[in-house]
Ligand binder design. Structure first.
Ligand SMILES: Cc1cc2nc3c(=O)[nH]c(=O)nc-3n(C[C@H](O)[C@H](O)[C@H](O)COP(=O)(O)O)c2cc1C
Ligand code: SF4
Length: 436
C-alpha cells in the first residue's frame, strides 16, 4: 500500500533538522538550481510546461503557461509572489511544508524568478504562523550566505532578492489580487480583472502569483526532468501532491501521493477510519469545495475526476466526518467563517453570508421555519456567480451540497436542535471532563 506514496516534497520531513541548508543540501538540494542556472529562462518555462505541473493553490491553472504570459517586452520590473497565506478551513499543506522543508521553496523561488526574469520575489505568509515566518527567514538568510540569493548568483550575473512578508491574518488576502493590494500596503480586497496580474500585478508590473506547493515542485522537475514528474499522476493531472487527511481517521496527516489516488486508498494508508466510525461526508479540497459522501470513495482525486463527481480538487484538504457529525452544524461553522472573512466589497457576499448564518443558526437550534431550506438555496443562487471573487462562490458550496445529500437533516432542524440529533460523543465529553 505504501508504494502508492510518492514522497518528494515530504521525503525529508523526518530528517534531523530537515529545515537547515546543510540537511537539505545533503539530500541533493539546490541541484535543480545548479542546472537551471545553465539553462535559458525560456527552456525552464518549457520544461515546466512539459511536466504538466498545474497550480497547487486550488484552481489548477498550468504553471508553465502562467509564466509564459509574462510580457518580456514590458519595461517594468517583473515580480514573483508566492502565495503562502494558507487559511482555508481544513487546508494544511503549505504551512507544514514551509516548516519542515523551507529550502525547497526558496530553491523553487530562485528557479521560477529566473524563468520569468524577475529580480525581486516575495513570499506572502499568513501572519499568525510566526514559527513558519521565522523558519523561512532563517532559510533565506542561509541561502544569501551560500550565494544562492543576492548579487551575481554563482557567477552567472543573475541577481535576485527574496523578501518574506507577513500578512495580517485575513483569508481574503489569499485571493491573488487582494494579496497584491495587501503587499502594496493597502487593505486587502480583490481587484477588478482585467488587467490580470501577468500584465499589471504588483506595483502595476508583470507579476506571477503562485502557490507554495506549485513553486516547491519546480526544483524536482528541473533536477529530475519533465518526464519523471509526468510519469506520476493521471493524463491531465500530472505529478505528486500533498493530501491533508484530517478528521475521523485513525492516522490524520500529510500523505504525498500521485494525483488520481482515491480517498479509499488514502484512508487505508491512514490506518482506516477511527474505531467505530463510518464515513458520512468529506471535503475533497477544503471547505469551499462541495461535499462528497461514501459513494465517492473511488473517485480519482485529480482535477477531472473530482470535477466529474460534482466537486473540485481544490487544495486536497480531505476533511473526513463520521456518523456522529451534524452536517448542519458543520456547515454553519464554515458559513460563520465565510461571513467573518467576507471583505465586504460586494453586496451578494457581504449581505448574503450574513443571511445564510442567520438561517442556518435557526435550523441548528431546531427553530427552522417552513421555507428555510428554499431560502438557503435561493440565497446561494444569488451569491454564486454574482460575487466579485471566489470567496462568495465558495461559501455556497458546502450548503448546496449538504442539502443535496442530507436534506432530511435540514428538515429535522425545523423541530429538533442538532445537539439532540447528534449528542457530543462520549469520548469528547470525557476529554472535556478531564480538562477541568
Ligand atoms: C478567498 C480565496 C483565498 C485563497 N487563498 C489562497 C491561499 O491561501 N493560497 C493559494 O495559493 N491560493 C489561494 N487562493 C487562490 C489564489 O487566488 C490563486 O489562484 C493561487 O495563488 C494561484 O497559484 P497557483 O496557480 O500556483 O495555484 C485563494 C483564492 C480565494 C478566492
Ligand atoms: S465575494 Fe466576498 S470576499 Fe470577494 S470581493 Fe465580494 S465581498 Fe469581498
Amino acid at each position: 500500500m505504501t508504494d502508492l506514496l510518492t514522497p518528494v516534497l515530504t521525503a525529508n520531513w523526518a530528517d534531523d533538522r530537515a529545515w537547515t541548508l546543510d540537511a537539505y543540501t545533503a539530500r541533493g538540494g539546490y541541484r535543480g538550481l545548479e542546472k537551471a542556472l545553465t539553462m535559458d529562462p525560456d527552456a525552464i518555462i518549457e520544461e515546466v510546461k512539459d511536466a504538466g505541473l498545474r497550480g497547487r493553490g486550488g484552481a489548477g491553472f498550468p504553471t508553465g503557461m502562467k509564466w509564459g504570459f509574462i510580457p518580456q517586452d514590458n519595461p517594468n520590473p517583473k515580480y514573483l509572489v508566492v502565495n503562502a497565506d494558507e487559511s482555508e478551513p481544513g487546508t494544511c499543506k503549505d504551512i507544514p511544508l514551509m516548516m519542515a522543508n523551507p529550502h525547497v521553496l526558496v530553491e523553487g523561488v530562485i528557479i521560477a524568478s529566473r524563468a520569468i526574469r524577475a529580480h525581486t520575489a516575495f513570499i506572502y505568509v499568513r501572519g499568525e504562523v510566526l514559527h513558519v515566518i521565522r523558519r523561512l527567514r532563517a532559510a533565506v538568510r542561509e541561502a544569501y550566505a551560500a550565494g544562492h540569493l543576492g548579487r551575481d548568483i554563482h557567477g552567472t550575473g543573475y541577481d535576485l532578492d527574496l523578501i518574506v512578508h507577513a500578512g495580517a491574518g485575513a483569508y481574503i488576502c489569499g485571493e491573488e489580487t487582494a494579496l497584491l493590494d495587501s503587499l502594496e500596503g493597502r487593505r486587502g480586497q480583490p481587484r477588478l480583472r482585467p488587467p490580470f496580474p501577468a500584465v499589471a500585478g504588483l506595483y502595476a508590473s508583470p507579476t506571477v502569483v503562485n502557490n507554495v506547493e506549485s513553486v516547491a515542485s519546480v526544483p524536482g522537475i528541473i533536477a529530475g526532468g519533465a518526464d519523471w514528474f509526468a510519469s506520476m499522476g493521471t493524463e491531465k493531472s500530472k505529478g505528486h501532491g500533498i493530501f491533508s487527511l484530517s478528521g475521523h481517521v485513525a492516522k490524520p496527516g500529510q500523505y504525498e501521493a500521485p494525483l488520481g489516488i482515491t480517498l479509499r486508498q488514502l484512508i487505508e494508508l491512514g490506518g482506516g477510519m477511527r474505531p467505530g466510525s463510518e464515513l458520512k461526508f468529506w471535503t475533497p479540497g477544503g471547505s469551499s469545495t462541495p461535499l462528497l459522501t461514501a459513494e465517492h470513495l473511488d473517485v480519482p482525486l485529480d482535477f477531472e475526476g473530482v470535477g466529474a463527481a460534482g466537486s473540485m480538487l481544490g487544495t486536497r484538504a480531505l476533511q473526513i466526518f463520521d456518523q456522529t457529525t451534524s452536517v448542519v452544524r458543520c456547515v454553519l461553522r464554515w458559513t460563520e467563517f465565510y461571513k467573518h472573512e467576507s471583505c465586504g466589497k460586494c453586496t451578494p457576499c457581504r449581505e448574503g453570508t450574513w443571511w445564510l448564518v442567520q438561517t442556518l443558526r435557526r435550523i441548528d437550534e431546531g427553530q427552522g421555519r417552513p421555507g428555510d431550506i428554499e431560502l438557503l438555496l435561493d440565497l446561494c443562487d444569488n451569491i454564486l456567480g454574482r460575487s466579485f471573487c471566489a470567496l462568495g462562490d465558495g461559501a455556497t458550496s458546502p450548503i448546496t451540497s449538504a442539502i443535496q445529500y442530507f436534506r432530511e437533516e435540514f428538515e429535522a432542524g425545523m423541530t429538533t436542535p442538532s445537539r439532540d440529533l447528534f449528542p457530543p460523543a462520549a469520548s469528547t465529553l470525557f476529554a472535556k471532563e478531564g480538562a477541568r
